[in-house]
Design a protein around this ligand. Structure first.
Ligand SMILES: [Zn+2]
Length: 305
């Protein structure tokens, strides 16, 4: 396990509270990009979060404990998936909920597992080993963990479900084998779940982040997508949320959409270090994580109205 700081220090640093005086004079806890970046480092410190690995099991325990400090309820849905090649994978989806009794709900989700190989790495000798997954896995999780702290301090009016999907990145996307496992299971188990708005966060931490409209999201949930992009622009984060069409992406929102669960995808595609060993903390910025996190916090506030 690689460690920049003793783990306890990282965890303690994450646990502290910092309020700022909002315009209305009330103390409102703001999403803190530095804390989110430390949450990425904490995940990296467990090593690759490949299903079946020690890093995966330890990180799951840590996230469940961490969310338990803030959410009204935390559920860990564990199951074993048998892969196309016959391997059995211990998987766990984690759901942290606020105001579980509320009918009007917002779904915010991300995958937490990391890829077991680096098929795009320029160094062919390193392609068989797992990626660090700072942006691909780490960034979306970090935004949700920091959001949990913010939502606990600024209680939302609506119900909020923070869902961490497992098994998104294990297999072969071209053959659609052993990928999107956690979201597929969640969709099957929650087929009557109907959040007012759903947002998937994937690859959301790069220092140069730009999130054009994802094709499936925009074509199906245009008003929701525009609500999120407008919110980002109002907060001054328009440079990260250009009002431009991006491509169509196969990601965890697809099984949800197929089950009737509205969910858009905020994702940055085309990064040169995608699925390589270059996907590490040096590519990420606290400012980007803060832009995404504060936009999500504002969307949750606005959706209540
Ligand atoms: Zn990936």
């Amino acid at each position: 396990m690689k460690s920049m700081l003793p783990l306890t220090v990282v965890l303690l640093a994450l646990a502290g509270c910092g309020g700022t005086l909002s315009d209305a004079g009330s103390t409102e806890v703001q999403f803190d990009g530095e804390r989110a970046l430390r949450a990425v480092q904490a995940q990296l410190d467990f090593g690759p979060r490949v299903p079946g690995s020690r890093g995966h099991a330890d990180c799951a325990r840590w996230m469940i404990d961490y969310l338990g400090q803030y959410a009204d309820s935390v559920a860990a849905d564990r199951w074993t998936h048998i892969t196309a090649s016959g391997d059995s994978l211990p998987l766990v989806n984690i759901t942290a909920s606020f105001n579980p009794g509320q009918r009007r709900r917002v779904l915010l989700c991300a995958h937490w597992d990391t890829r077991p190989r680096a098929e795009h790495d320029p160094d062919s000798s390193r392609r068989a080993s797992p990626i660090p997954g700072a942006n691909d896995g780490g960034s979306g999780v970090a935004v949700l963990l920091e959001l949990a702290r913010v939502l606990a301090a600024n209680r939302p009016q609506v119900g909020v479900d923070l869902v961490l999907f497992d098994g998104e990145d294990y297999g072969d996307f071209t053959a659609s084998t052993d990928v999107l496992l956690g979201s597929t299971r969640f969709a099957r188990q929650n087929s009557r779940y109907r959040p007012r708005l759903g947002i998937l966060l994937d690859m959301v931490g790069d220092s140069t982040a730009r999130f054009p409209y994802e094709g499936h999201s925009y074509s199906r949930f245009r008003a929701d997508v525009e609500l999120v992009w407008n919110t980002a622009h109002e907060l001054g984060y328009g440079r990260h949320f250009p009002r431009q069409s991006g491509g169509y992406v196969i990601d965890d929102h697809i099984p949800l959409i197929q089950a009737g669960i509205r969910c858009m995808d905020i994702i940055q595609m085309g990064l040169p270090y995608w699925h390589t060993h270059g996907d590490d903390i040096d590519k990420l910025s606290a400012a980007t994580l803060e832009a995404v996190g504060r936009t999500m916090a504002a969307v949750v506030r606005n959706i209540a109205e």
